[in-house]
Design a protein around this ligand. Structure first.
Ligand SMILES: NC(=O)c1ccc[n+]([C@@H]2O[C@H](COP(=O)([O-])OP(=O)(O)OC[C@H]3O[C@@H](n4cnc5c(N)ncnc54)[C@H](OP(=O)(O)O)[C@@H]3O)[C@@H](O)[C@H]2O)c1
Length: 301
């Protein structure tokens, strides 16, 4: 049983999301010890908050798993999905028998990604709906209030108790699979930005809007076959939500392409084809998107 006054938290991957979450946790009276587990060193966190304020924090920063001095109550992993192997190296020293792992990443395979390293019943999947951007090491802009959605239950409630601020509101759901596939529908269609080299405004092209609708419809078909309760209106909502975003906004997949980094094509597109295939659900658009995006990464390497 964790003593609520002395909760220790390690955030693995203090980038846009990890840094934002860590900054808000640094204000929590429940968190007695906060550790950042980073790949590249940083001196402090400086996070611009949605209300125009700023959180400055100087948690302990470790850059090598050998520096960990013992297990913590919560490990929050917020690396990109393609950096799971590196993130996993932190888990052995950080996870004790009572530790829990929260996975703050995109996609629908949060538990599957980390199950080779941690018993599945210790893993809490988290759907992150928090717009945040990294402007430098530890320098982050948290643009708008956001949510962290977790499954209802003891672990979800313990996680939610860490977050008390409206800017980072925890949401408990008894239908996590539907929430995760709804987010995936939006994310899979966002591939058109990285593929065309255009920000969100590219949705103004009727052909692109139709393509996005088709990609989201494939996601709906696979999600439904796996038990998600997804409405017929979801593909249209994906297009409308993209139209409503600022035309110059850059999603994280396209942001990764612009920065010459790897891209989360596997977690956002290939997963739909991979899970659809044995179910007999056709997914040609997402399969093609994943193939083209992976080929771009390959040629950049
Ligand atoms: N940003 C958003 O608005 C947003 C919104 C919703 C969901 N998400 C999802 O949230 C997840 C995190 O995204 P992000 O935007 O926060 O990514 P990010 O800004 O690229 O941050 C990832 C961080 O992980 C670090 N990292 C990589 N390998 C590591 C290792 N072995 N040990 C320690 N740290 C390591 C990176 O270090 P370096 O500094 O060396 O690169 C970086 O600081 C992704 O799945 C993303 O799709 C993001």
């Amino acid at each position: 049983m964790i003593d609520a006054t002395t909760i220790s938290v390690a955030v693995v991957g203090p980038g846009a999301i990890g840094g934002t979450v860590a900054a808000w946790l640094s204000r929590s009276p429940l968190v007695g010890r906060l550790i950042l587990c980073a790949r590249s060193s940083l001196e402090r966190l400086s996070v611009e908050t949605p209300d125009g304020g700023r959180i400055e924090a100087t948690p302990m920063v470790l850059t090598c798993p050998d520096q960990v001095e013992g297990p913590v109550d919560w490990v929050l992993v917020a690396t990109k999905t393609y950096d799971v192997a590196g993130a996993a190296a932190w888990l052995k020293p950080l996870m004790g028998p009572d530790s829990r792992l929260a996975v703050l990443q995109n996609g629908v395979e949060h538990v599957e990604r980390f199950a080779p390293f941690v018993p599945a019943d210790r893993i809490l999947p988290v759907i992150v709906d928090v717009p945040a951007e990294r402007e430098g090491p530890g320098m982050i802009r948290h643009r708008r209030n956001g949510t962290l959605t977790v499954p209802k239950g003891e672990a979800g409630e313990a996680f939610a108790a860490l977050f008390r601020e409206e800017a980072l509101r925890p949401v408990l759901t008894d239908d996590f699979i539907t929430a995760a596939w709804t987010k995936l529908a939006l994310n899979c269609a966002g591939a058109v930005c990285a593929l065309t080299g255009q920000p969100s405004g590219v949705v103004a092209s009727p052909g692109v809007a139709e393509l996005m609708r088709g990609m989201a419809a494939e996601c709906v078909a696979v999600g439904r076959a796996l038990g998600a309760d997804l409405g017929d209106d979801l593909p249209g909502w994906v297009v409308e939500r993209t139209r409503a975003s600022p035309p110059d906004s850059v999603n994280s997949l396209y942001g990764d392409r612009l920065a010459g980094r790897s891209m989360e094509w596997d977690a956002r597109n290939a997963v739909i084809a991979r899970l659809g295939e044995p179910l007999g659900v056709p997914t040609p658009l997402n399969a093609m998107a994943a193939t083209l995006l992976s080929a771009m990464g390959w040629s950049l390497a």
